[in-house]
Design a binder for this molecule. Structure first.
Ligand SMILES: [Zn+2]
Length: 536
C-alpha cells in the first residue's frame, strides 16, 4: 500500500496478521469459549481486518468440527480461516492420515501444519530419525497443497532448535518451502528467548531463504513475546501470529493487538485499515472469554492512558501528550482521568467532561465535589473503577440527580437446611424488599444462591414494571475487599460491582461495616447509573 505524505509517495510494507486466539488463546487459564463465542470473535476480527483466523483442530472435538461448518457460512469480508493440525505420523503416508483427512474435510482454505524443527526433539520426543521427520513434513504439505489448500508450516521449537543445530533447523525450513508451504512460521514455542537472539536467528533464516515469506509465533514466558515479534519483523518476518490480549497457556502468547499497534504506530508498517477499533476488539474478546481485561494492558486497558498523580494530571491537562506515548484516540482508547484523593481540580474537570458534565466555571462547586470525594475515600470508597458511582455523585452536587426509586426496607435470610456436617453446603438466600417508585409501593421477594443475588433479583422484580430497561442490565463482576486501614470504625467492606447492558460496562461502589449493606449500595448505584446512562 502507499500513503501520500505530501512530499513523496512512501511505500508502506504490509504485515500479514494471523490470530490464534481460538486455539492457542483458549489454552489460557480460565478461558473457555462456546461455539457462538468463537463465531462472534471471528466476525469481530474479520471486521477489524485480521488476515487469517485460526479456528482450531477440526479433529479434537465435535464443537470444533461444527465450528468449521458454521464459520464457512459466515459472510466474512476479509479474513481467511485456517484449520490447525500436525504433520502425518512417522512411518505412515500423509494420504492415509486421519488427522490430515479431517483438515481437508474441514473445508478451511488455509491449513496450518505444525512440525518439529528441533533435532533432539525429533529424536527423543518424536523418537524418529531426522530424515523421517523431513519426509513427514514434505509428504504432509504436498498432500494438502495437492488438495488445493494454502499451507502454512509452523516450525515448532524453531529458535531453540536453531541454537542446538542450525543446519537441521534450516533443512526443515527448506523441506517446507520445497513442498509448497506459502509461509514458514518460526515458532518460539517455549517462550524463553530474548529479542536479540530472535532477531539474529530470523535474520539468518531470511538471508538463507530470501524469497520465502516468514512468520513469527512467540510465547511470553520471558515477558518478551511482543518485543520478540517486533524484532522478528525488523529482521524480515512478514506474518505475525498472536492472540487477542495475549491469552494463551502458561504466560500467554504475544498480544496481537499490542504487536499491531507497535508495528503500525511506531515502526511504519501496515496491518489493519482502522487501528481505532483496537480497544473495542480487546474488550469484546475479553468479554467473550468472560474475563476482565487487566486495566494496565498497554494501549487497550482502562488505565493505559489514566493519570492519577496530581502533578502528572495537571501537566497532561496543560500539554496534551505530556505523559502519553501516543494519542489514545488512535487506538480507540481515551485519556481517563482517574479521580482519587491524589488528584486535583484538573482531573476532576476532565473527568466531568468525559461524562458530558461541565463544572469548570464553578470553582466552589469543584471544591465541594473534591471535598466530598476526599471524605468518602477516607471512609473506604474508591472511584478509580467506579465511574458509575462517581457520575451519580457529581449529578447529586449539580442538583441533577433523579432517584428512580426509594428503599423502605429490606430483609435477607440465608438458609442452610441440610445436615452436611460442620461445614455448610448449598445454602440458599431469600431477600424481601419494600420499594417505592413514585407513589407506588411494591413488596418483592427474590431468591438467589447468595444474599446479593437474592437482593438483585428482588430489586429487579420490584422496579421491573416501571423500568423494563433493567432487564438488559447484568451484573458481570462482584468484588469484595475488607479494609482494615479505617481504624476507629472497625473493618469496613468495600464492594465493587461491574454491570453490563450489552453496550458498555460500568463500575459502582458501596462501603459499609456490613457486607450486605455495602453490596446493596453498590447495587442501587449500578441500577441508577444504568438508567441515567440511557436517559431514563
Ligand atoms: Zn503457540
Amino acid at each position: 500500500m502507499t500513503r501520500d505524505l505530501g512530499i513523496a509517495v512512501v511505500e508502506i510494507t504490509n504485515i500479514e496478521t494471523y490470530d490464534t486466539t481460538l486455539r492457542d488463546g483458549e489454552q489460557g487459564l480460565g478461558i473457555t469459549l462456546s461455539l457462538e463465542d468463537k463465531l462472534r470473535i471471528v466476525e469481530c476480527l474479520d471486521h477489524f481486518g485480521i488476515d487469517i483466523i485460526e479456528g482450531g483442530y477440526p479433529t479434537s472435538n465435535p464443537k470444533d468440527i461444527e465450528f468449521f461448518k458454521r464459520v464457512a457460512q459466515l459472510p466474512l469480508t476479509h479474513a481467511r480461516i485456517a484449520a490447525f493440525g500436525s504433520t502425518c505420523h512417522k512411518g505412515s503416508l500423509a494420504r492415509n492420515d486421519a488427522g490430515l483427512q479431517a483438515l481437508i474435510e474441514s473445508g478451511a482454505p488455509v491449513i496450518t501444519l505444525v512440525g518439529k524443527a528441533h533435532a533432539s526433539q525429533v529424536q527423543h520426543a518424536l523418537r524418529t530419525s531426522l530424515e523421517e521427520n523431513l519426509r513427514m513434513i514434505t509428504d504432509s504439505i504436498s498432500f494438502c497443497v495437492q488438495e488445493g489448500r494454502e499451507v502454512i508450516f509452523d516450525a515448532e521449537h524453531f529458535f531453540d532448535g536453531y541454537d542446538a543445530d542450525p543446519e537441521y533447523a534450516l533443512e526443515v525450513v527448506r523441506a517446507a518451502q520445497e513442498a509448497g508451504a506459502s509461509r514458514v512460521c518460526l515458532c518460539e514455542t517455549n517462550g524463553g528467548q530474548l529479542p536479540a537472539s530472535v532477531s539474529a536467528v530470523t535474520t539468518a533464516v531470511h538471508k538463507a531463504f530470501p524469497d520465502l515469506m516468514l512468520g513469527i509465533h512467540c510465547h511470553n514466558d520471558s515477558g518478551c513475546a511482543v518485543a520478540n515479534t517486533l524484532d522478528a519483523v525488523g529482521a524480515g518476518a512478514r506474518q505475525v501470529q498472536g492472540t487477542i490480549n495475549g491469552y494463551g497457556e502458561r504466560a500467554g502468547n504475544a498480544d496481537l493487538l499490542n504487536v499491531i499497534a507497535n508495528l503500525q504506530l511506531k515502526m511504519g508498517y501496515n496491518c489493519v485499515p482502522d487501528l481505532s477499533q483496537l480497544s473495542d476488539v480487546a474488550h469484546f474478546v475479553a468479554e467473550s472469554c468472560n474475563v476482565t481485561l487487566p486495566a494496565q494492558t498497554p494501549y487497550t486497558g482502562k488505565a493505559a492512558f489514566a493519570h492519577k498523580g496530581g502533578l502528572h494530571a495537571s501537566a497532561q491537562a496543560r500539554l496534551e501528550g505530556a505523559y502519553e506515548h501516543v494519542d489514545p484516540a488512535l487506538v480507540g482508547n481515551t485519556s481517563s482521568w482517574v479521580v482519587s484523593e491524589l488528584s486535583g481540580r484538573a482531573s476532576l474537570v476532565r473527568k466531568a467532561e468525559s461524562f458530558g458534565l461541565s463544572i469548570e466555571h464553578d470553582e466552589a462547586l469543584c471544591q465541594r465535589i473534591l471535598d466530598d470525594i476526599k471524605q468518602r475515600e477516607a471512609e473506604g470508597y474508591a472511584y478509580e473503577v467506579a465511574d458509575g458511582s462517581l457520575y451519580l455523585l457529581m449529578l447529586r452536587h449539580l442538583g441533577k440527580l433523579k432517584s428512580h426509586f426509594t428503599l423502605e426496607s429490606f430483609r435477607v435470610i440465608v438458609d442452610d437446611r441440610e445436615d452436611t456436617g460442620s461445614w455448610a453446603k448449598d445454602a440458599t438466600s431469600e431477600a424481601t424488599i419494600k420499594i417505592r417508585v413514585g407513589d407506588v409501593r411494591t413488596v418483592a421477594t427474590g431468591e438467589g444462591t447468595g444474599p446479593v443475588e437474592a437482593l438483585d433479583t428482588a430489586l429487579r422484580m420490584a422496579i421491573g414494571e416501571s423500568y423494563p430497561q433493567v432487564a438488559a442490565m447484568e451484573l458481570v463482576d462482584f468484588k469484595v475487599r475488607i479494609l482494615d486501614e479505617n481504624v476507629g470504625t472497625g473493618a469496613v467492606t468495600r464492594v465493587i460491582i461491574t454491570t453490563s447492558d450489552g453496550e458498555g460496562n460500568w463500575g459502582t461502589v458501596g462501603v459499609s461495616e456490613n457486607i450486605i449493606e455495602a453490596s446493596w449500595n453498590a447495587l442501587v448505584d449500578s441500577i441508577e447509573y444504568g438508567l441515567h446512562r440511557i436517559g431514563v
